[in-house]
Design a protein around this ligand. Structure first.
Ligand SMILES: CC(C)[C@H](C(=O)O)[C@@H](O)C(=O)O
Ligand code: SF4
Length: 466
C-alpha cells in the first residue's frame, strides 16, 4: 500500500493497539521548558517513578526569562520560582538543561534544531503547542498536556489517536518580498484556525522545496494556528546538510544508517491524503493580521474588512468583536494603521535568517518617532551569529533594542509587554486578546514587514520600497 510520510512514521512508532483504547506510540524526543513541566515532575516524584530515558530529553528556560539585565535577580516572584524549580527538577533527574545563563539557552523550538536533536522520522513531543516547528525536519512533532508530559517521562510512550492527513501543496515561486511567514499566514487565512482540525499537514510543492530549513520551521510552527495536530515537510538534501555535523546528529556509520531510513520517509508517489489544499505562491502578498485570530489576515495592500463582508454569522460576529478590541474601522487601508511597538523574535521568526532579512530592511533607517522596536534573538547562538555578522549594529544604529533571547513579547510572561491600547507589529504567531499584554493589540507580520513598519511608524507594502 502506498503510504504518506505521516503513516510511515506512525506505523514505525506504533507500540500496541488495543481495541477500545487509544493506540500507544513510542516517543523518541521529549523537549521541555519551565512552564509545562513542574507538575509532571511532581507527579513522578509522588509516584516514585524515575525518568525512563533522560537522554531523550532536552530542556531550556524560555518563557519567563528576562531579555535584559539577566545578571540581576528576576523581579517577578512567579517567574523566579518557575526558573528555580526547572533547574532543580533537571538536576535531580539528570537532564540536559540549557539554563538562563548557558550559552546554548534560547526558545526551545529554536535551540533544539541548532543542536541537531531532532531527526527525520522521529516522534517528538513537548508540553508546548509550537512543537510542530520540528516537522520541518520530517519528524512527527506535536504538543502535549502536562499529564502527558509525565506519562512520556515515565514510559517513553504516549496514547495517541491517529490523525487524518492533509496535503497543502504550494506551487510556483514566492515573490522576493514574501516569506515562509506569509505562506503560513495565508494558509491560516484560507483554511481558518479550524481548517486543519484532526489532521497532520504535509506541506509540499516547489515553493516549499525552495524554503530554507529556517523557513520550513516558520511554516510548520504555524501548522498549529491552522488547527492541525502537526505539520511536516519531507526531508531532502537541505535537511541532511543542516543536520550533518551537529552535536546530536548521527556520526560515521550511524549517519549512513540514518540516511537510509530518512530517505525512505517521503510520501509514496500516489499516496492518498484525506484532504488536499492547493495554493499558488505567486499570489501570496506580504500578510498582516487585522484581528484577534491568526485567520483574520489580509495582504498588506488590502484593507480592514467590514463585518458585512462575511457571509457566515460566526465570522461576522468574530470580525465585529475583533475590530472593537483592535480599535479599527472597516475599510481602513492596512498601510494607514500606525503602530507603537515592533517585536522581532519568537520560535516563529527568531532565527538568524529572520534577523538578516530584517536588518537588510532596517539598514540606514531610524525607528519612527514614538515607536519602540525590540529585536529578541531566538537563542544565544542566533544572537552571537547576528553579532558576528554586524546585524546588532544595524539594529542599534537604527534605534532598535538588541536583547537577550527568550519568548519575550510573543506571550508577555517575562515582563516584556504592551500596555493597554498599544499596537504592535509582531513576528510571533498569535494575536489573541491580551496575548502581548492586557489590552495590547497585535498584528502578525514577517520580519521584513516588521522592520519596515518600525521605520515608517505604520505598515508598509515592502514591495513598494524597492
Ligand atoms: C506556555 C505554553 C504552554 C504555550 C504553548 O503551548 O504554546 C506557549 O508557548 C504559547 O505559545 O502559547
Ligand atoms: S516563542 Fe511564543 S510561541 Fe514560541 S514557545 Fe515561546 S511563547 Fe510559545
Amino acid at each position: 500500500m502506498k503510504k504518506t510520510m505521516y503513516e510511515k512514521i506512525w506505523d514505525s512508532h506504533l507500540v500496541v493497539e488495543v481495541p477500545g483504547q487509544a493506540p500507544l506510540i513510542y516517543v523518541d524526543r521529549h523537549l521541555m521548558h519551565e512552564v509545562t513541566s513542574p507538575q509532571a515532575f511532581e507527579g513522578l516524584r509522588l509516584s516514585g517513578r524515575p525518568v525512563r530515558n533522560p537522554h531523550s530529553i532536552l530542556a531550556t528556560m524560555d518563557h519567563c526569562v528576562p531579555t535584559k539585565n539577566r545578571h540581576l535577580p528576576i523581579a517577578d516572584p512567579i517567574a523566579k520560582k518557575q526558573i528555580e524549580v526547572m533547574a532543580e527538577n533537571c538536576l535531580e533527574n539528570g537532564l540536559n538543561l540549557y539554563d538562563m545563563k548557558n550559552p546554548n539557552n534560547g526558545v526551545i523550538h529554536v535551540v533544539v534544531p541548532e543542536h541537531g536533536f531532532v531527526h527525520p522520522g522521529m516522534v517528538v513531543v513537548c508540553g508546548d503547542s509550537h512543537t510542530a516547528t520540528h516537522g520541518a525536519f520530517g519528524a512527527l512533532a506535536f504538543g502535549i498536556g502536562t499529564s502527558e508530559v509525565e506519562h512520556v517521562m515515565a514510559t517513553q510512550t504516549l496514547p495517541q489517536q491517529k490523525s487524518k492527513t492533509m496535503l497543502i501543496q504550494v506551487n510556483g515561486k514566492l515573490s522576493k518580498y514574501s516569506s515562509a511567514k506569509d505562506i503560513a499566514l495565508a494558509i491560516v487565512g484560507k483554511i481558518g484556525t479550524a481548517g486543519g482540525n484532526g489532521h497532520v499537514i504535509e506541506y509540499a510543492g516547489d515553493a516549499i522545496k525552495e524554503l530554507s530549513m529556517e523557513g520550513r520551521m516558520t511554516l510548520c510552527n504555524m501548522a498549529i494556528e491552522a488547527g492541525a495536530r502537526a505539520g511536516l515537510v519531507a526531508p531532502d538534501e537541505k535537511t541532511y546538510a543542516y543536520l550533518q555535523g551537529k552535536e546530536f546528529a548521527p556520526k560515521g556509520a550511524n549517519w549512513d544508517l540514518a540516511m537510509a531510513y530518512w530517505q525512505s520517509l517521503p510520501s509514496d508517489e500516489g499516496a492518498v491524503f484525506d484532504t488536499v489544499i492547493t495554493l499558488d505562491a505567486a499570489d501570496i502578498a506580504p500578510q498582516v493580521s487585522w484581528g484577534t485570530s491568526p485567520e483574520q489576515v489580509v495582504g498588506v495592500n488590502g484593507s480592514v474588512p467590514s463585518p458585512d463582508s462575511f457571509d457566515n454569522e460566526g465570522k461576522r460576529k468574530a470580525c465585529e468583536s475583533a475590530l472593537a478590541y483592535m480599535g479599527l474601522t472597516p475599510n481602513t487601508k492596512m498601510t494607514d494603521i500606525a503602530i507603537d511597538l515592533v517585536f522581532i523574535g519568537s520560535c516563529t521568526n527568531g532565527r538568524i535568517e529572520d534577523f538578516r532579512i530584517a536588518a537588510e530592511v532596517a539598514k540606514g533607517t531610524k525607528v519612527a518617532a514614538g515607536v519602540q522596536a525590540i529585536a529578541v534573538p531566538g537563542s544565544y547562538h542566533v544572537k552571537s551569529q547576528a553579532e558576528a555578522e554586524g546585524l546588532d549594529k544595524i539594529f542599534l544604529d537604527a534605534g532598535w533594542e538588541w536583547r537577550d533571547p527568550g519568548c519575550s513579547m510573543c506571550l508577555a510572561m517575562n515582563g516584556d509587554e504592551l500596555t493597554k491600547g498599544q499596537r504592535s507589529a509582531s513576528t510571533s504567531n498569535r494575536n489573541f486578546e491580551g496575548r502581548q499584554g492586557k489590552g495590547g493589540r497585535t498584528h502578525l507580520v514577517s520580519p521584513a514587514m516588521a522592520a519596515a513598519a518600525a521605520a515608517a511608524g505604520h505598515f508598509v507594502d515592502i514591495r513598494e520600497l524597492a
